[in-house]
Design a protein around this ligand. Structure first.
Ligand SMILES: Cc1cc2nc3c(=O)[nH]c(=O)nc-3n(C[C@H](O)[C@H](O)[C@H](O)COP(=O)(O)OP(=O)(O)OC[C@H]3O[C@@H](n4cnc5c(N)ncnc54)[C@H](O)[C@@H]3O)c2cc1C
Length: 392
């Protein structure tokens, strides 16, 4: 029997670590290279819908996720000033009944730890920290990468899951810049016990308004509330999750909004503020034995809550394509790309389109927009990534 392929995974974010788990369970040898000196994620929330939960359960992570997640009863769209509920979509049991899998709200650090623990426990996974990839080369039979720390790593496949500023992407397709979307985001997490009882409903709540929107939902079984407020702005310098902003400025941005939201902001200890960037869909993701995954190839606005979920779907798909054609890596990677590019491009576009809808609660065709938003969710969540033709 031929030796298993060695796959180099660039980046240990949510996408890279899901990929490491998928590959390891299929018997591949996995070498993860992460630029940071410690594994971790920012203190914010992430929503994982049924289409992503399907993959995570396939990886055996159901129990570990259940321990740290919050499962919302529904999604709701509310009016920025009156608080009126404009639309709801059932989640909770309805997600299980309709799609067979739950809808999770997770603290990013918890989700990341679940993935990292599972990957680290696999004998065929090694994770190297402090290894920023700066160069790569490939031959007919293999790939090699060099890191800033002066180390060299080689394998038979390279998958760039190194995020929106991907070095692998730049090496394969040339340098370019992500696009500032005209939206700036605030984020904060608030301990629930600081808030009046019942202040936050067990829902994924999206308040749509004038030139902005505000999302909040529970994390950690309900112990924390995750808040993200988005406002339109003309310019922004850099894309980073970690720039702090002043609480007074957060309050000023949302001063005309419903009092419930201002109470949330008042109770935040630390607020972060950063510009949102995305990219246009790429015409190709792969070259020879190297390809891309997650934000590296389809960075999108978070307005469908699908960036990480798409990375999870990518991870499952690329693994199965490699398992189906281990003797022809370039063909396997092309098949992966074919299965993934249209769907992710569509979600990128839907996320952009939601700017107009989320930032204008008083548009004439609101009902039509709400209906098409609901249909988009059904299309997204119902996708079964495990039953595709991986060989082509
Ligand atoms: C406000 C906000 C809310 C969001 N909410 C949701 C949501 O609810 N649901 C959802 O599905 N998505 C959501 N997203 C999107 C989601 O966060 C991203 O799509 C997802 O984190 C991308 O994962 P990734 O692994 O592709 O990239 P990243 O998370 O960026 O990980 C890349 C990793 O690669 C490492 N790296 C970078 N360069 C190198 C290099 N040269 N060498 C080695 N390592 C390198 C980085 O250190 C990092 O660890 C949201 C995004 C935002 C901004």
């Amino acid at each position: 029997m031929a030796a298993p392929l060695k796959v180099i995974v660039a980046g240990a974010g949510l996408g890279g670590l899901t990929l490491a788990n998928c590959l390891a369970r299929e018997g591949f040898k996995v070498c993860v290279l992460e630029q940071a000196s410690a594994l971790g994620e920012v203190g914010a929330g992430v929503q994982i819908s049924a289409n992503g939960a399907r993959v995570l359960h396939t990886l055996g992570l159901e129990d570990a996720l259940a321990k740290v997640a919050f499962t919302p009863e529904r999604g709701e769209v509310r009016h920025w000033q009156t608080g009126k509920v404009l639309a709801t979509r059932p989640l909770g049991n309805a997600s299980l009944e309709r799609f067979g899998f739950p809808y999770y709200h997770l603290h990013r650090a918890d989700f990341h730890a679940v993935l990292a623990d599972a990957a680290s426990a696999m004998p065929n996974v090694t994770i190297h920290l402090g290894q920023k990839i700066v160069d790569l080369s490939q031959t007919k039979c293999g790939v090699a990468v060099a890191t800033e720390a002066g180390a060299d790593f080689s394998g038979e496949v390279l998958i760039g899951s190194d995020g929106i500023h991907s070095a692998v992407r730049a090496a394969l397709f040339g340098p370019d810049k992500p696009r500032f979307t005209g939206c700036v985001a605030w984020r904060a997490t608030i301990p629930t016990d600081r808030l009046p009882e019942g202040h936050v409903r067990p829902a994924a709540s999206n308040w749509i308004g004038k030139g902005g929107h505000f999302v909040h939902y529970y994390l950690r079984g309900g112990a924390l509330v995750n808040c993200v407020g988005v406002m339109e702005q003309e310019e922004w310098a850099a894309e980073s999750w970690s720039s702090q902003g002043a609480q007074e400025d957060f309050l000023t941005d949302f001063q005309d909004w419903h009092a419930d939201l201002k109470l949330l902001i008042h109770n935040a200890d630390v607020c972060f503020r950063w510009g949102l960037f995305d990219r246009d869909p790429m015409l190709a993701w792969s070259q020879g034995r190297a390809t891309l995954l997650g934000d590296a190839c389809h960075a999108m606005l978070p307005f469908m809550a699908q960036g990480a979920v798409m990375a999870v779907e990518d991870a499952y798909t690329v693994t199965q394509c490699l398992a189906a054609q281990p003797d022809d890596v370039p063909a396997a990677l092309k098949r992966y790309e074919t299965l993934r590019r249209d769907r992710t491009a569509q979600v990128q576009q839907m996320s952009r389109d939601n700017i107009e809808f989320f930032h204008n609660a008083d548009i004439d065709n609101l009902e039509e927009r709400l209906n098409s938003h609901r249909d988009a969710h059904l299309w997204l969540y119902g996708h079964d990534v495990t039953s595709q033709d991986f060989l082509g």
